[in-house]
Write a protein that binds this ligand. Sequence first.
Ligand SMILES: NC(=O)c1ccc[n+]([C@@H]2O[C@H](COP(=O)([O-])OP(=O)(O)OC[C@H]3O[C@@H](n4cnc5c(N)ncnc54)[C@H](O)[C@@H]3O)[C@@H](O)[C@H]2O)c1
Ligand SMILES: O=P(O)(O)OC[C@H](O)CO
Length: 588
Amino acid sequence: MSHAKSGEDANGECHDSKSRVTIVGSGSWGSVAAKLVASNALKLPSFHDEVRMWVFEEVLPNGEKLTDVINKTNENANYLPGIKLGRNVVADPDLENAVKEANMLVFVTPHQFMDGICKKLKGKIKGEVEAISLVKGMEVKKEGPCMISSLITKELGINCCVLMGANIANEIAVEKFSEATVGYRESREIADTWVQLFSTPYFMVTPVHDVEGVELCGTLKNVVAIAAGFVDGLEMGNNTKASAAIMRIGLREMKALSKLLFPSVKGSTFFESCGVADVITTCFGGRNRRVAEAFAQSGGKRSFDELEAEMLEGQKLQGVSTAREVYETLNHSGKLEMFPLFSTVHQICIGPMTKRAAEEAPPSTDSSTTGPNFLGCYRDQVAELLSQEERLPHHEDGDTKKPSTEIIGAGISSLKREKLKALLRQCVTDLIPGVDEMQSRARSMLLMSQLSNKKPSISVTNEEVEDDIQLLMKSDPRLFKEIVKKHTDDVLTSLNNMQQQAEKLLDNVATSCRPMSRDEKRDLQRSIKELPGGNLKRIAEIIKDHHAASGKAFSDEVTVNLEEEDNVMLWRLHFYVAAVKSARKLAS
Ligand SMILES: NC(=O)c1ccc[n+]([C@@H]2O[C@H](COP(=O)([O-])OP(=O)(O)OC[C@H]3O[C@@H](n4cnc5c(N)ncnc54)[C@H](O)[C@@H]3O)[C@@H](O)[C@H]2O)c1
Ligand SMILES: O=P(O)(O)OC[C@H](O)CO
């Protein structure tokens, strides 16, 4: 994008190569965006001074039009009273007129109006136009979820960056320091232009090459903020809000859902202003939190619509509709149970809520340490699938009546078996990112503990040990050790939880297996004997746990007599031995 001064082209025709900016929206954040951009447009030679702001026209109680008041007083009396926007901001109630000369469009209205706005602008935008969306929210179309930046690109055929962050409008309006993140898809140059247009000494903007990640952070944190409001309304305290029940799990679900929708989303984006910082600021200071708190205080008797109208005077909440959109998306893809916080927020928003229901609503302890409860959810789905099925004789395939060679699901119809396999395949796919994360956390902890003992046995790169960690290690070795221990314990707890869930899932799967043949038992016996000591210990644990679960007495000494074990136990051992063999093969 070029920003040369106005001039004549080769044909002697006058052309304007300075950029013109229009702000599409004039709520509280829209007005602050206009103020930021207007102050920079005056300073930057590549921009026209005038900044247009499209205003959804309203008539004030004194009969004056909002647009006229803004142009007369330079203040948005309805949405940002007391703040001068800059004399170069021109309010315009005519959408088409407001955008017709602009080649840089800033979209900043509540997300529910964006579809209508795009439809009105379709075919009305000409030439090379760049857009940026400050809108936190998404649309759910027949084809699935559609981020607002994609909606703009699809409907108007223009590239669209996003700007999100910990940005409570009223604070930035009075020039309190804040950061924001610009997400871009392709051109870094265009992202830099937006950064330049928005940055001021009190508003620091950073570009990130992850448009979906940035936009999903801004969108999904509003659902987390609604949950934070519920917890505040129920006076459950800041520990609950920050830790297990809300912000921590909220961030995990935000990350998991973002990656599910767009696998290219980067983990590092969640540590930018648009991620963890926006979660914190909105959960403590935002409108979503405030109205959700009032909703909880009313015991769910007053609706969000009523409270929004009463408390926000024309401003709009985004979290309630986003919770519904997220719920629809998850419901459609059969993944509701993997996101207990998101789905519960929607259920509370639409239904009567009692203190008890809300207290029962937070995610189970399973998911509080392992994030979205993938394994627990698959375990339940497998159990449900198998319990629904009328068992057939083990030696027959349900549909063909031919002897079955399948191990898993041998006693169920082939249709159910295919469903079971599909569930297990999906489980593995969903589990991979969690396992990768666990592996990387475990590697970091190993590295840190070796560093604290000054004996790294693996090569250490500078990126892996950040400066502040190195500093802490040198300045306060005792605190460093404590932190390493705490995080190591967390990793071990998470691993333990994952293992327990996986065990339960395997127990369920094993109930569907055909009887093990004599030859297979012999093979299993042989394979167990060849296992090293550590794995034998695990075999003993599996047998002990299984006996305990089925109410059998057990002693400390475990003797393995495969002839006496039940079929479920035999296949559980078979799966374990097979996993050990595969792991060894991979390692060699
Ligand atoms: N306010 C903040 O602190 C803040 C900060 C960052 C991001 N955001 C995001 O910015 C976006 C815009 O929010 P805001 O805070 O500027 O708005 P707002 O909630 O303060 O105001 C609502 C706006 O919607 C307009 N409106 C009402 N009915 C309309 C209609 N039928 N069609 C079009 N417009 C209509 C109103 O005129 C007003 O401008 C949202 O996605 C929000 O999440 C807000
Ligand atoms: O006031 P909220 O809850 O709409 O949140 C405002 C902003 O998104 C905070 O970054």
